[in-house]
Design a binder for this molecule. Sequence first.
Ligand code: UDP
Ligand code: MG
Length: 203
Amino acid sequence: MKYYDVDIKIRDRINHNANYSRERPVLSIVVPCYNEQDIFEHSFKSLYALLDDLVKEGLIENKSYLLFIDDGSKDDTWSLIESASHKFDRVKAVKLSRNKGHQVALLAGLCESNADITISIDADLQDDISVIKEMIIHYLNGSDVVYGVRNDRTSDTFFKRKTAGFFYKTMKWMGVEQVPQHADFRLLSKRAKDALVSYKEQR
Ligand code: UDP
Ligand code: MG
């Protein structure tokens, strides 16, 4: 089963224009998880298949891996993560002692990652994982930060869409510079990631 579509334009670029300015990176995909037992198997399989394809295509190093952070889940999430990490070399697992919240779990994952590039994504895979390939190509061509932004929020509830819109407008009004429709789906080079984790703030 294929879990994502390959963008033809990107594939052409890979085949015919492999003169990237950077070396093939080790990728880690960081996934914070809190009570995700129902979705875990699906998310894990989708991300693992994607990682495997990216390795086979020669875009990332064989040592690339998925890094799941269990944020003190109360359901079976941790045992699912742990057993995947025992079965597969490309799966790493971290367990926080108790529930500390999404951003802290994400930061723990960033601190733990020692890859050349780290991509963070939510466990429910509401973001389109097929664009991960394009993010990596941007890195190979010199970008240190690549944001995944949503052009379609139909998977969100009406309430979530409205409150999200209000949130972005309010932040803009308060003078906060940010990327609209972007949450935590992003690529960071090691350089950018190290700079980010050197800040003391947790959120
Ligand atoms: N999450 C977490 N700790 C929490 C709450 C959420 O690690 O206390 C994780 C969750 O498993 C998911 C991501 O953070 O991978 C985003 O959570 P959610 O989908 O609930 O957020 P939303 O999409 O509503 O912003
Ligand atoms: Mg979500």
